[in-house]
Write a protein that binds this ligand. Structure first.
Ligand code: G6P
Length: 617
């Protein structure tokens, strides 16, 4: 949601900025723009629409500035338009700003600036920022400072001090045309160190091809970036040093690698992502261990409740996590949506452990929900795919999935890796607590180890799914039914379908069907059933029989032996422990959503209105 790129060096900035924006396209956006400085004049080029449209703007190829900032906007305040696109400038044309986040008190600031004679071109919250900087540069408390460098940074700091909300901000100015000032709070921003050039981006993959050395800014930390230096300041502008982080991701991992779409590539990367996530965390016959955390038996025994909090797909992974933790560790576990959790006064104290799952580690509601738990004295544990992301920096403990960069908006390999990691965590807790028999835990470990080859087996034959997608792609409604973890994964299958095929769908606990949704079942409606738990086999078949009787067309994803001739389509998947079967049963549903979307000619990787990383509430 909104993407930021910056460059300062000796090369022409525009192509680097546009390239960076293209890498951030997956975050979701509706407008794009860049600003560079040439001969002490800021040149802004922006418009609504795709990043590639920037290349068609008159004069874009003539920009020779070697410093610049760039932005993809996901509209919040003001509709997508050229005026509302970033960068925004102040009235004097001395400052240009791009911003990701939301300024909650922007109307008050706008009113204040208007009373001082400033005018506004856009409806955005962002436009107050360059004008506030100008205000402080000329009139504010820093006006007494003689040194221009200090004065510019001081003006930015004073402006930031007035902002309420979340932000990652880049500022350039004609006053000091060789530097970019950045600051962040609750919105992502990384700085990549080059040789005689430096880069800024919302996330690491966007600039991974230029550098593997990164600085990760803290909340309320400022950086002043020139081509040969990067300086860091705290929020009282005291300079300090910051350690560099080497990121060992493969730059190609962020490319499409011959696949038509990122989503398809990421679906096929799941065997590797699962293997990497298991890594060396356990071997058969040995106890699980996490390099990153050590949690004592005394602490776990003091816990009387676990909350798993997340959004979207990550929340669906959390539902499977609940089943695992309750079964193996016997600790009552609740799963909540972060945007609900943070405002519902949840009962949290020092005997509660709160686990947060977030692929990006930057989801605004998840971060806020984590801060809330900390404020109530609970310990927090983050599960993320991005090293150094905001939630991992806030949490008491952090563990990582090793899925590699996930670019497609619809999450696939992050989900399966999250379920794998939370399975290992549950086994680890159970081993520390002694709450499950060794045999049960060893069998589950063995099932986890077998998962990658089982996923490969499912991916080897996608023909039935493709054929089914061709049959149903024009439908308006679909239903997903399951019981237990089959219901949990049904929710994820239904979400995938909505996200990328724009078909309305509902996931229901199969036993709940009769309490309402069965009224919607009529001749020809598609129902997808998931059956992987032998203990629930008969009950699940009965529920599906009820929809068949009412004319539904059925596709069943199963690892059980079903009665012959009962269902229209059956996809057989390998057997595994029902607690982790979502890792296998989700794959046909990911592929189904993918092939339906392709059949409809939609943009699979960048579905309308959606953002990969939801950095605002
Ligand atoms: C957005 C994405 C989803 C993702 C959710 C949570 O809605 O489109 O794919 O599941 O955010 O993201 P997170 O990064 O916190 O896992």
């Amino acid at each position: 949601m909104c993407g930021i790129v910056g460059y300062v060096g000796s090369k022409k900035a525009t192509p680097i900025l546009i390239d960076g924006l293209l890498s951030l396209e997956y975050r979701g956006y509706d407008s794009a723009g860049i600003a560079t400085i040439e001969n002490d004049v800021i040149k802004v080029m922006k418009d609504k629409g795709r990043v590639n449209n920037l290349n068609n703007l008159e004069g874009i190829n003539d920009l020779v500035g070697t410093i610049g900032i760039a932005h993809t906007r996901w509209a919040t305040h003001g509709k997508p338009s050229k005026e509302n696109s970033h960068p925004h400038m102040d009235n004097s044309g001395k400052f240009a700003v791009v911003h990701n986040g939301i300024i909650e008190n922007y109307s008050d600031l706008r009113e204040f600036l208007t009373s001082k004679g400033y005018t506004f071109i856009s409806q955005t919250d962002t436009e107050v920022i360059p004008n506030l900087i100008h205000y402080y540069y000329t009139n504010g408390p820093v006006s007494v400072i003689e040194d221009t460098k200090e004065k510019f940074l001081g003006a930015v700091k004073s402006a930031i001090y007035d902002l309420k909300g979340s932000y990652a901000i880049e500022v350039i100015s004609t006053i000091l045309p060789d530097e970019i000032i950045v600051v962040r709070k609750d919105s992502p921003l990384v700085i990549g160190k080059g040789n005689g050039e430096n880069y800024i981006a919302s996330d690491i993959p966007a600039i991974l091809k230029y550098t593997k050395e990164f600085y990760l800014l803290d909340d309320n930390e400022f950086a002043v970036i020139e081509k040969d230096s990067i300086r860091f300041f705290d929020n009282s502008l005291q300079e300090h040093n910051r350690a560099i982080k080497n990121i060992d991701w493969d730059a190609n991992a962020a490319g499409k690698d011959g696949f038509e779409d990122y989503m398809l590539k990421e679906i096929f990367e799941q065997p590797t992502a699962i293997r990497e996530t298991i890594g060396s965390r356990f071997r058969l016959g040995e106890k699980c261990s996490f390099d990153d955390i050590e949690i004592s038996k005394e602490y776990l025994q003091s816990i009387n409740k676990i909350f798993i909090v997340a959004c979207g797909t990550a929340m669906h992974a959390g539902l499977v996590g609940k089943a695992l933790i309750e079964n193996l560790c016997k600790i009552p576990t609740e799963v909540d949506i972060a945007s609900e959790f943070r405002y519902r006064n949840p009962l949290i104290d020092e005997h509660t452990l709160c686990i947060y799952i977030s692929q990006s580690g930057e989801t605004a509601d998840t971060i806020a929900a984590l801060k809330l738990a900390k404020a109530h004295g609970a310990k927090t544990l983050a599960i993320s795919n991005v090293i150094g992301s905001s939630i991992t920096r806030e949490a008491d403990y952090s563990i990582y999935t090793h899925a590699g960069p996930e670019i497609a908006v619809a999450s696939t390999k992050a989900y399966t890796s999250q379920v794998v990691l939370i399975s290992i965590l549950a086994i680890y807790f159970a081993e520390v607590l002694g709450s499950s028999s060794e045999t049960v835990l060893e069998e589950l470990k063995s099932d986890l180890i077998d998962l990658p080859s089982k996923v490969e087996k499912i991916l080897d034959d996608t023909e039935v799914i493709k054929a089914f997608a061709k049959k149903v792609y024009a439908e308006k409604d679909m239903f997903f039914l399951g019981r237990g973890t089959d219901y949990n994964v049904a929710l994820e299958g239904s979400l995938k379908l909505k996200e990328i095929s724009y078909i309305h769908s509902e996931a229901y606990a199969a036993g709940e069907l009769k309490h309402g949704p069965i009224a919607l079942i009529e001749n020809g409606v598609t129902v997808i059933g998931i059956i992987t738990n032998p203990n629930l086999l008969e009950k699940s078949i009965s529920n599906l029989q009820e929809v068949i009787t009412r004319g539904a067309k059925t596709l069943i994803i199963t690892n059980q032996i079903l009665p012959n001739g009962h269902f229209d389509y059956v996809i057989n998947i390998p057997e595994t422990n029902p607690l982790i079967s979502p890792i296998l049963s989700v794959i046909p549903m990911q592929l189904l959503a993918y092939y339906i979307s392709k059949q409809k000619g939609l943009d699979v990787d960048k579905p309308r209105n959606l953002a990969k990383s939801v950095t605002v509430e």
